[in-house]
Design a protein around this ligand. Structure first.
Ligand SMILES: NC(=O)c1ccc[n+]([C@@H]2O[C@H](COP(=O)([O-])OP(=O)(O)OC[C@H]3O[C@@H](n4cnc5c(N)ncnc54)[C@H](O)[C@@H]3O)[C@@H](O)[C@H]2O)c1
Length: 398
């Protein structure tokens, strides 16, 4: 391994921009032994890709993802394409001995996710999954507080990811096509909250006790010429014809955690009034935590160990490096808040730390870890379709 690491990014729209920004800034804020070089970038349209490469400083644009995944000059393949492509691209890169950082969910289907985890096990490359909300400083602090015993035994977990862009006006972009996305709000938003709950509590989901999935909008306008780069397909041309949406708009499920806690999960693209309310509340015997990404610099903490007359919810402004708030030391003075893009820069810093032989600031999910989240997602769908509880054992989903 040289001290420069050549990165090849596949995908140039929403996540393509977030990752390009992360690779271009990471060593400016997190100086380390390993420098990422923005070597190759891949997308399907050569003309717009050339402009993208110039804007972000990628040296070699190409429409050939196999070249990026297998070129001897490339060390790390960063996958930011729709879910049905993750398996083929990641497995090719792993077989070529590359490190792979793949967007979430690990895949659209459990079978793809299993094949990816198996390829990771066989490969000399390291794997990472962009469950980027782990790197919101408030979420990372919640993880550390639970690990330090601040909540004691966990009784209840309530997780919800609420967006509202999926109304009838949203056209049939790939996120509504089951053969591409795998599922709808469930794999898109539910994947994040399942990962976050596993990460913050340190517990696994051992059973899904019941679930509901629903598609409210069954037909949507067909898109002309792509529509990537904007989650709701805003600005995309439509043909006037309609096609069938083949994914859920909302999924809710109940689960048991390995420490005995009861948990509820709710994901929807139809929560009018919320745009990116990625939330959890966790209640334990000694205290509780609450978080909402729409106020991402804050973590709510309630301690039952405080004197009873002054017990109440404390809003922690998680921006203080001097108080060892995760990632804060790399950024700005106290209360000079962070935004969405910082979560990706923080993750790029941890990926480089691991590839340089060090430790991430908080645990990074690899393919084996993300497969556990995928099993939970799969079990919730099975539970909804069969109207039955599903228990999760390591290596199975039923
Ligand atoms: N971590 C997060 O919070 C987060 C947020 C949004 C999306 N995502 C994930 O990121 C991935 C990409 O989502 P997005 O919102 O960037 O999608 P997008 O539609 O904005 O961009 C997809 C990109 O993939 C490219 N692409 C499509 N087919 C291709 C092919 N055959 N070969 C090469 N490139 C191809 C497109 O040209 C485009 O550049 C998805 O897995 C999604 O779930 C994660």
């Amino acid at each position: 391994m040289h001290d420069r690491i050549n990165v090849a990014l596949i995908g140039s729209k929403f996540m393509g921009r977030a990752h390009s920004n992360a690779w271009s800034k990471v060593t400016k804020f997190f100086p380390g032994d390993l420098e990422p070089a923005m070597h190759t970038v891949v997308a399907r349209d050569a003309e717009s890709l050339a402009a993208f490469a110039r804007t972000w400083g990628w040296r070699r644009p190409t429409t050939d993802w196999r070249l990026a995944a297998t070129d001897a000059a490339v060390d790390l393949v960063d996958i930011a394409t729709p879910n049905h492509l993750h398996a083929e691209q990641a497995i090719a890169a792993l077989e070529a001995g590359k490190h792979v950082a793949c967007e979430k969910p690990l895949a659209g289907t459990l079978a793809d996710a299993e094949a990816m985890a198996a390829a990771a096990e066989r490969s000399s490359g390291r794997t990472f999954v962009w469950y980027s909300y782990r790197r919101v400083p408030a979420v990372a602090l919640a993880h550390r507080l639970v690990a330090a015993g601040a909540l004691g035994r966990v009784y209840h977990v309530r997780a919800a990811y609420l967006q509202s862009w999926g109304g009838p006006e949203a056209p049939l972009v790939w996120r509504f096509q089951g053969d591409i996305a795998g599922s709808g709000a469930h794999g898109d938003l539910g994947a994040h909250i399942v990962d976050t709950v596993r990460f913050v509590t340190g517990e696994e989901i051992v059973s899904v006790e019941g679930a509901i999935e629903h598609t409210f909008i069954e037909e949507r306008s067909l898109v002309e010429g792509g529509g990537g780069g904007e989650i709701a397909g805003a600005g995309a041309g439509t043909t006037g014809a309609k096609g069938k949406s083949t994914v859920d708009d909302a999924v809710m499920f109940l689960a048991r955690m390995s420490g005995g806690a009861l948990a509820s999960f709710e994901s929807t693209r139809l929560a009018t009034g919320y745009h990116n309310a990625n939330r959890f509340e966790i209640h334990g015997e000694k205290g509780a935590l609450r978080f909402d990404f729409e106020r991402m610099n804050e973590l709510g903490f309630y301690s039952k160990e405080a004197e009873s007359a002054v017990q109440g919810w404390t809003t922690i402004d998680v921006t203080r490096g001097g108080d060892e708030h995760p990632y804060a030391e790399a950024w700005w003075p106290d209360s000079h808040g962070l935004g969405y893009e910082h979560t990706f820069i923080n993750q790029a810093a941890d990926i480089l730390a691991v590839l340089g032989g060090g430790e991430p600031r908080v645990p990074l999910p690899d393919f084996a870890d993300a497969l556990r989240t995928q099993r939970v997602l799969h079990a919730a769908v099975e539970s909804a379709r069969h109207r039955s509880p599903i228990s999760l054992h390591e290596g199975t989903s039923s």
